[in-house]
Structure formats: structure tokens, C-alpha cells
Design a binder for this molecule. Structure first.
Ligand code: RB5
Length: 150
């Protein structure tokens, strides 16, 4: 299902996303992806920013290309991720939103609501996120206007 790729990926989750993270990371590794797991590594309760910021720091530093983040709703990880200047994090809950997050928003981080989508759907959204290109054009003009203070 996934193609072997050279993209440098990171994945992170809190306790609510832990099980999906394990399954998605396992599948991506099996399919040849270079994926760095930032934790959490157990189902014990944790605070999602502690896992989001280390991954997003590596995107800011140019060490990672894309990120996959999971928490219960997807919103907490997205809020933390979007504090990073190089991150465009999109909460996705169906396949069309995942495709448009790439085509129209050039999202480099997908945020998944593990308590509100099936694992099967989460995997499909990751696949679409990894395999859909940014359309550019008018969407680039809009995306370029997102950063503040430039
Ligand atoms: C954890 O219970 C939950 O609050 C967290 O996973 C996330 O949904 C926050 O946005």
C-alpha cells in the first residue's frame, strides 16, 4: 500500500494516540519509510506538547520533512505544532480533508484524532498525506500569507 520513499518522517503521540502511533509506525517501517519515533512509548498518561515540540524542532531545523501527530482529538497536538515557524499542521478526520491538507494547504504535519477515527481510516489518511502533492498556484499565494511578522 505504501511506496518506499526517501522522505524523512517523524511520528509522535500522547497516551490517547499511543496505540495508533505504534501501528502506523510499524506499518511505515515495514514499507521502507525512514521514520523517527518521538514517543510516547507506553499508554501511561502524558502531556502532548512534550512529544510534539521535539519532533517539530527537527522540522524547523530541516532534519525532518513531514510529521504524523496523534492525540485524542488532534487539536492539542496541532495547536502545539503550529507554534513552530516551519510547521503547517492540519487536523484531519476524513480522506478528503487529508488530500486537501496537502493539495491546498501544503501541510507538512498531519494531526489525527485517535479517539474519533478508526485505525483503518487513520492509516488511509496517512497514506494520502504522504502521497499527495501540493497544487501550488493560487494556493501558494494564500499559504505564503500565513506566517505573521514577515
Ligand atoms: C488526553 O486525554 C486528551 O486531552 C488529548 O489526547 C488531546 O485530545 C488534547 O487535545
Amino acid at each position: 500500500m505504501f511506496e518506499m520513499d526517501t522522505i524523512r518522517l517523524g511520528i509522535a503521540a500522547d497516551h490517547a494516540g499511543f496505540e495508533y502511533k505504534e501501528a502506523i509506525a510499524r506499518l511505515l517501517k515495514k514499507n521502507g519509510y525512514d521514520i523517527k519515533d518521538f514517543g510516547t512509548y507506553t499508554p501511561e498518561s502524558v502531556d502532548y506538547p512534550d512529544y510534539v515540540h521535539p519532533l517539530c524542532n527537527e522540522i524547523d531545523a530541516g532534519k525532518l520533512d513531514r510529521g504524523i501527530l496523534l492525540c485524542g482529538t488532534g487539536n492539542g497536538v496541532a495547536m502545539a505544532a503550529n507554534k513552530h515557524p516551519s510547521v503547517k499542521a492540519a487536523v484531519c478526520w476524513d480522506n478528503d480533508i487529508a488530500v486537501l491538507a496537502r493539495r491546498h494547504n501544503d501541510a507538512n504535519v498531519i494531526c489525527l484524532p485517535a479517539r474519533f477515527v478508526s485505525l483503518e481510516l487513520a492509516i488511509e489518511m496517512v497514506q494520502l498525506f504522504l502521497n499527495t502533492e501540493f497544487e501550488g498556484g493560487r494556493h501558494k499565494r494564500r499559504v505564503d500569507k500565513i506566517p505573521l511578522g514577515q
